[in-house]
Write a protein that binds this ligand. Structure first.
Ligand code: B12
Length: 215
């Protein structure tokens, strides 16, 4: 089977809510020492995004969306401990990351946190539905270089801007670089928020953090 076919099979297992197959593919990818980041992005993430589209189109109902997310999470729980660290043990910087308050979407944020760890950053993952004040407090306490804020809902994206507004209010805006992520985030939103950048996937997130800290 070609790599592309394998990614498609994974994606279909998620769309069909077939946990047994999805887990089998996750284990195959680990056993075969495949590039797990690509397996996540091109297989599992592609599948769950399609589930989201089907839900939006009314083909799926909320329990199916939730089941798809649960299957994806179970597979990630298998894969993530096997993501090899690609860096030495020297810390390349400190990142505090969270999904903004009101928003429980955690899958993408967790993947980004995992990838950053694999690339040698110290990552404090505060979880999801995290208040603006808490994100800023933790960034100060952990002496973060970077604050990453995830939002998957158009209604919660405004919280990303609130993080930067609070930093401005506290005169801390030059102390941290703030990066944004999540499906609805665009370049123009990043500019509107005066954030330092955004990334559409975990590999680009690592590149972004590296470029901001190398400056
Ligand atoms: C899975 C899912 C869920 C799961 C979440 C489970 C979990 N633990 O995360 C469940 C079922 C719980 C859920 C609930 C809801 N969901 Co939902 N969900 C999704 C879905 C299908 C996939 C999201 C996902 O995991 N994608 C896979 C990951 C890998 O991709 P990602 O999140 O985009 O992350 C990548 C990048 O964005 C980036 N990134 C992400 N975060 C960050 C952070 C930083 C700092 C950086 C640099 C990069 C970065 O890198 C990641 C890795 O590649 C999306 C559809 C979609 N297209 O996004 C809908 C979607 C986001 N959900 C939606 C909605 C409406 C809801 C609900 C309101 C439904 C309801 N009526 O209850 C609730 C929200 C409740 C709440 N208060 O938060 C809508 C949002 C519409 C909108 N425009 O606002 C979407 C778009 C579905 C749709 N097409 O309509 N959902």
């Amino acid at each position: 089977m070609s790599k592309e076919d394998f990614y498609n099979e994974i994606s279909h297992a998620i769309i069909n809510l077939d946990e047994e197959k999805a887990v089998e593919y996750a284990n195959t990818a680990i056993r075969e020492k495949m590039k797990l980041v690509d397996v996540i992005e091109n297989g599992f993430a592609a599948g769950i995004r399609k589930v989201g589209e089907l839900w939006e189109e009314g083909e799926f109902f909320l329990p199916e969306l939730m089941r798809g997310a649960q299957i994806m999470q179970n597979c990630l729980d298998l894969i993530i401990p096997n993501l090899q660290s690609v860096s030495d043990k020297i810390s390349r910087g400190i990142v505090v990351i969270a999904t903004i308050e009101g928003d429980i979407h955690s899958i993408g944020k967790t993947i980004v946190a995992t990838m950053l760890r694999a690339y040698g950053y110290d990552v404090y993952d505060l979880g999801s539905d995290v208040p603006v004040e808490k994100i800023v407090e933790e960034a100060i306490e952990k002496k973060a270089d970077i604050i990453g804020v995830s939002a998957l809902l158009t209604t919660t994206m405004t919280g990303q801007k609130k993080v930067i507004d609070l930093l401005k209010e506290k005169n801390l805006v030059n102390k941290f670089k703030v990066i944004l992520g999540g499906a609805p985030v665009t370049k123009s939103w990043v500019e509107e928020c005066s954030a330092n950048g955004f990334a559409g996937n975990a590999i680009d997130a690592v590149k972004l953090v590296k470029s901001l800290l190398d400056k």
